[in-house]
Design a protein around this ligand. Sequence first.
Ligand code: HAM
Length: 431
Amino acid sequence: MEIIKNVKGTHDIYGEENNAYEMVENLMKSVAELYAYHGVRPPVLESNSVFVRGVGSSSDIVRKEMYTFKDHGDRDITLRPEFTAGIMRMVVQNKLYATNELPLKLYYLGPVFRYERPQLGRYRQFNQFGVECIGHASYMQDVDVIAMAYTILTSLGLDGVTIKINTLGDDESRNNYREALKSYFAKHIRNMCEDCKTRFELNPLRILDCKVPEDRPYIDNAPVINDYLSESSKERFSKVLNALETLQIPYEIDSSLVRGLDYYSETVFEFHYKSKKGIDYGAVGAGGHYGKLMSELGGPDYPGVGFSFGIERVVSVLKDDELLENIKDELDAYVMPLGEESNLYAEEIAVFLRNSGGYRVDVCADNCKMGAMFKRASTKGAKYALIVGETEVNEQTVVIKDLQTQEQNKVKVEELVTKFDELFNSSKEEE
Ligand code: HAM
């Protein structure tokens, strides 16, 4: 029978790769906790309008990339293409802004779905980790969020991350800029792609997201936002940059950075990293400040700032730079019963070492031959084999065999955890 394959643009994650995902995600969560953030889990399914109103009807995501369908109750449902709008829907609906001290500091992790053309670093189902800091307009929140993202990337071992940063200004700045773009593109739009013609009608700012090479010269010569910034937006941006300098966080101003989601205002940024193999997977993460997202979704007018990392891209650059090498899928011990009569005792020992000692232990449950058990222990990367036969059951002892030096010791079962603590502490000291 023909085998069924995964859906185009999705991928299976298992084995060592899964360990890498877990390691990266755990590190991201622990840094977010250091920065006083709390985890949240919004649903994958949202009403279509969350993203139409939140991300914006002129964005590529809403126009072309959403997985939207009618459910059996004739509702328009969308598989989330990003987290930020869904988080804001959750905050507004549950009035989290009223029942908690502001700013709300939330982190999240999970799959998102976009119908994009699959290519290197680009999937239709991928995983994001991100944070949203909601409720304060201060530029310092932008700085704190960028500092957290930078800490995460450097803690993962990525040296030489480029932070591209720009400002989209306040409403006044963007309105003036939009007008300027409208009159500039009015002269060129008939020569540009069909998509840009639609963008011109909906929101000329989105023309800047166009990837069609023939349109590039028109876009490269378009007015830049800097010339349309209000005084207060200019001042806010320069405060952000000063603070980054004080914190020794390197950045590059990129005046063409506008981000493809409509909710942004003021600071926007992207994190880029070219792996040592020279491969560019696209931004490993991105984010920015948003002023009106909460009110677009029916809540009060609180601003926010956040970022999301694409876990697939982060894992890819770590893999290329061999930074995942220290994540090994090793066992501390493999318990080997020498016959049916010692099976239960072997299981007891495994449970005892896991629960009382916190050691990573597996146990042979199918009574295979001694040689086969040693082979398994070595495939699983176990440091010690714990051998138990009838004698050990009667004596309530365990034979510990160091699988590197082949040294053997017999210990009483009640001394097992203490013995393991000694063995592991002395091997740590040797390292
Ligand atoms: P975004 O730039 O659309 O922003 O996505 C964030 C990150 O997700 C990207 O930098 C990239 O690493 C990853 N990513 C995006 N598309 C794909 C794809 N097709 N395949 C693999 N990875 C991908 C947002 O989603 C905003 N919600 C970020 C944010 C949070 N802004 C404020 N708060």
